[in-house]
Design a protein around this ligand. Sequence first.
Ligand SMILES: [Cu+2]
Length: 100
Amino acid sequence: MLVLGALLTVAGCGKPQPRTFTVTIADMAFGPAPADARVGDHIRFVNADMFEHTATARDGAFDLDLAPKASGEAVLSRAGQLAFYCRFHPGMTGVIAVSP
Ligand SMILES: [Cu+2]
């Protein structure tokens, strides 16, 4: 019992586990960005559209080429406002607020 208690304490003190959020692309637009993303979390971009799109970070952090019905994943590596867009359709934009 003492050992179990110690293990639980250690696990509870660790960094939060990275989570994976999904941003769906449909009808030539990025869906809503997650509201509480943190550094280390993953963003899964799912292209549900019938056109090819990209999910491209303006700061160069990632550049995912997404064929129709394909998906790709990016890791949020630093805090701040992460702006992204589609290289083929510059009107397609989004922003994720990333907490430290
Ligand atoms: Cu596009």
